[in-house]
Design a protein around this ligand. Sequence first.
Ligand code: TYD
Length: 203
Amino acid sequence: MGCFIVFEGIDGCGKGTMLSLAAKWLFSMEFDNILLTREPTYSGIGKQIRSILKSDTNPIEKAKIMLSLYIEDRKEHVEKVIKPALRLNSIILCDRYKYSTMCYQHAQGIPIEKIIVAHKRMLVPDLVLVLDVDVEIAMARMSLERKKKEKFEHRDFLKEIRETYLEIPKLLPDENIKVIDANRSTDEVFDSVKREISKVLKD
Ligand code: TYD
């Protein structure tokens, strides 16, 4: 039947690392149909989003436009990539999904209920892993990598986003959302990731 797994968290939480470790680990087992994908995508609307994120000095002013772009990009991603892959029994590992919109666009001033309603009929993942990390640790990781140049790096912004991530399991009690302590070493965090993925693949 396939399996749709989402990785979430603030910038610098380490989800990119966990996603690729998870892909390698699954591939080393009996799975041969693994899809790595992400949002914003790198196709039409996603590309537009990424160029706005890179160029804009203040995307907050554009919150409403950004919200609709993220949702459009996601709808297309679900219909053209995720659903077809599920039909082929793929294990899908997706870097960000609707939970990013709930946390980031809420931090840009959009009411969270509005964002939840906008996603009402959208595909629900089998598992959502929220990598929860202290904002100071995330910022230190980002300055080490120095590959992030988007606008959400500011401490207070990230703090607000992290708080909303921690609220999400309560806001969406019917979804399978696991918060993982990502302040630990890569090995320890990955052990927790493996445990949660194993549970959902057994179901
Ligand atoms: P990110 O995962 O950092 O992209 P990558 O590592 O692939 O370059 O995502 C880019 C930014 O987009 C990130 O700062 C969070 C933001 N974002 C939103 O604000 N809303 C959303 O719905 C999504 C998917 C991302």
